[in-house]
Design a protein around this ligand. Structure first.
Ligand code: ZN
Length: 241
């Protein structure tokens, strides 16, 4: 039993499930592998072109939290009003955390249900977290919490979460012909490959590279990844968030 600052009680239930955890899938269909590019413009962008933003209700809860924090900072130290304001901040914090948690549970459930393997790039996240300028945004995005949820939900179904933790230039490589660009400044949102002329949405191209890298890693681990149904062709129209 845990007790939060606002006095709510959460019982952590541990239960034995009847079913054993299934054996991990050994034969994977490449069309059921999804790459996720996690970044700052969206919470995640997948290799099929879907862009997932942090939903409005989380943003509203964050705004409310900010207002409560500002109110707290104006209260006199040691006063009863300050104690009350502190409690309101704690409650607002809890609402943000609950809203995000709930959303991430639904999102990860859907991603795992729809795919046999999910590929994420963890080194990129680590690098972004080192960048002090990005720290504020990163606190909001909480990719690690999403990855943790994806990880255990995948295991429950015998599916795979592939973590790419070595550096590779997911944004600079053309997923269609592997041509590597010298530079890819952060403000370039779309580009044309000079070698094969494919038009790329920056983030979807990165997600496709992450997917391909994940397939290589699965194969290196001895799994069979078939492409008999054909890999999705490039030139997917991105879905607006
Ligand atoms: Zn190309």
């Amino acid at each position: 039993m845990t007790r939060t600052v606002t006095g709510k009680h959460y019982a952590s239930l541990l239960y034995e499930t009847e079913q054993a955890v299934p054996e991990p899938l050994k034969d994977i269909d490449a069309t059921n592998v999804v790459g996720l590019d996690m970044g700052l413009t969206h919470l995640a962008i997948d290799s099929s072109g879907r862009k997932v933003a942090n939903p409005r209700f989380i943003k509203q809860a964050q705004k409310n939290l900010k207002r409560k924090q500002q109110a707290l900072s104006r209260k006199k130290k040691g006063s009863a009003k300050r104690a009350k304001a502190r409690m309101l901040v704690a409650k607002a914090h809890e609402r943000v955390a609950n809203a995000r948690n709930d959303f991430q549970h639904k999102l990860s459930r859907q991603i795992v249900d729809d795919n046999q393997a999910v590929v994420v790039e963890t080194l990129k996240i680590k690098n972004m977290m080192r960048n002090a300028k990005l720290a504020k945004h990163i606190g909001d995005a909480s990719w690690y919490a999403l990855i943790t949820k994806l990880d255990y939900k995948a295991k429950e179904q015998g599916k795979h979460l592939v973590k790419i933790d070595t550096w590779f230039a997911s944004s600079k490589i053309c997923h269609a012909c592997q041509h590597k660009m010298e530079k890819m400044p952060f403000d370039v949102r779309s580009w044309d490959c000079p070698a094969c002329h494919t038009h790329h949405d920056r983030d979807i191209n990165a997600a496709l590279n992450i997917k391909n890298q994940g397939i290589l890693k699965l194969k290196a681990e001895g799994l069979s990844v078939s492409a008999h149904r054909g890999l999705r062709k490039s030139g997917i129209s991105p879905v607006a968030a």
